[in-house]
Design a protein around this ligand. Sequence first.
Ligand SMILES: [Zn+2]
Length: 190
Amino acid sequence: MKALFAVLALILLHSVARADDRPKKDRAWAEKSAKHRRDVPTAGRRPAKLVNLYNTWTHEWIALEPTAKVPTEVTNRFLRDHYTSASIAMEPKLLGFVLAAATHFRSDTAMIVSGFRHPKFNLILRKKGHQVARDSHHTKGDAVDFYIPKVTTQALHAWAKDQKAGGLGLYLDSGFIHMDTGPIRFWSGE
Ligand SMILES: [Zn+2]
């Protein structure tokens, strides 16, 4: 019986000693990681809904969080000129317009019709008789043409008008709008 007590006491002492004997470094690390554990997002919280963007020329998709800051390389590459594959420093607000429109109309998809246009490609379009300005904002990287599936072009245009973001073109027959960050002005094409 005595011996049993002795063993129990030893085990008890041993575990107390273990708890206290942890090196300072280990204790600090344990405290730190416990703090980090509290920073982990609460399980069950819904992640932000992504918006899928499709570039109709390059046939590429990207999925973006509507409120997240899009890295410039992603924007520049996604909106590159499909004809020359050249990219340019795009106006960072452009994808913001598209994402805001998709969010407004509760759509998880938006279609990009045109982003950056290399001057060469712009010239080709002009020669083919397309309605393209010589000094188009697309060649400067600060314009985007887009539409939202299942949303009428008129409704999208009305939303864009409220944004007072810059140039706004309405292309009813083709079914898209043009937005750029140049001076506020309005026009319509086919
Ligand atoms: Zn345009």
